[in-house]
Design a protein around this ligand. Structure first.
Ligand SMILES: [Fe+2]
Ligand SMILES: [Fe+2]
Length: 257
């Protein structure tokens, strides 16, 4: 017989078997959700997830790439995170495009492009602070200041630039919602700051709802990113910066440790 192995199966059977084996291997890499997600589900596991392996003698906890996510390049750039990790990049692209079309200075367009990267790739709560921190080593301080402040400014109108309290927030949070004290403090400190308008412009061009007809390509902003983002040559996550671990967590968000 032609093309058989010791098991007597055909070449394509063996290929299928091999594929199954690879899938099984992936299935045996148990990916864990972050503790925060377990907490949100009301689960406060006391064993730190160690019983995940119970009854699965061949299983291992995931310590590498999550097979469900696109593989990142070895030396990832900001653009790679846009294309491989950021869930709602179109919101960022549409905001930046509106700012560009309105003729805003490049630094403000760039701030609009990155204002919600924490929401897109990391975490929603206190997203202005997380976003600013992720970017601090790589961008002008005015950009991170504005990204942090936009979180608070969104709750406060500024008639001078036509910014009203968002209708959407009334729907989201109720008409009687009052921002937390630290947000109010942040707003009061921001109003008289020299970079106030940079943060305010983010709120002006922050689009309230996704517009499916407004098509924007990331390539329209490649030059602006190139001029305003100090891309580390080792790749984001591997440059030894104080926030490298945050980028690594974005690369492998379900790594057990
Ligand atoms: Fe935001
Ligand atoms: Fe936004």
């Amino acid at each position: 017989m032609h093309g058989t192995g010791e098991s007597g199966s055909s070449l394509s059977d063996r290929a299928d078997a091999l594929e199954h084996e690879m899938l099984d291997q992936l299935n045996e890499q148990i990916a864990t959700k972050s503790l925060l997600y377990n907490l949100a589900d009301g689960k406060r596991s006391i064993d730190g997830g160690r019983n995940l392996l119970k009854g699965k003698p061949n299983a291992r906890l995931l310590m590498g790439n999550d097979p469900r996510l696109p593989v990142m390049p070895e030396k990832p750039t900001l653009i790679d995170f846009f294309t491989h990790r950021f869930a709602s990049a179109m919101h960022l692209l549409q905001s930046a495009a509106k700012a560009r079309n309105a003729g805003l200075p490049e630094k403000q367009i760039f701030a609009c492009l990155l204002h919600d990267i924490a929401v897109s790739g990391f975490i929603r709560a206190d997203h202005g602070y997380w976003g600013a921190q992720l970017l601090a080593p790589y961008v002008d301080e005015e950009v991170t200041w504005a990204i942090r402040a936009h979180q608070a400014l969104r709750f406060y109108p500024d008639e001078s630039v036509g910014y009203a309290y968002p209708e959407l927030y009334i729907k989201y949070f109720g008409a009687d919602y009052k921002p937390d004290g630290y947000i109010e403090d942040e707003y009061k400190a921001a109003v008289n700051h020299k970079w106030y308008m940079t943060a305010r412009m983010i709120t002006v061009y922050d689009i309230y709802s996704f517009d499916p007809d407004f098509k924007v390509e990331l390539s329209e902003f490649t030059d602006i990113i190139g001029r305003n983002f100090k891309q580390p040559k080792e790749g984001l996550g591997f440059d030894g910066s104080p926030v490298a671990h945050m980028w690594r967590t974005l690369i492998r968000p379900t790594k057990f440790l």
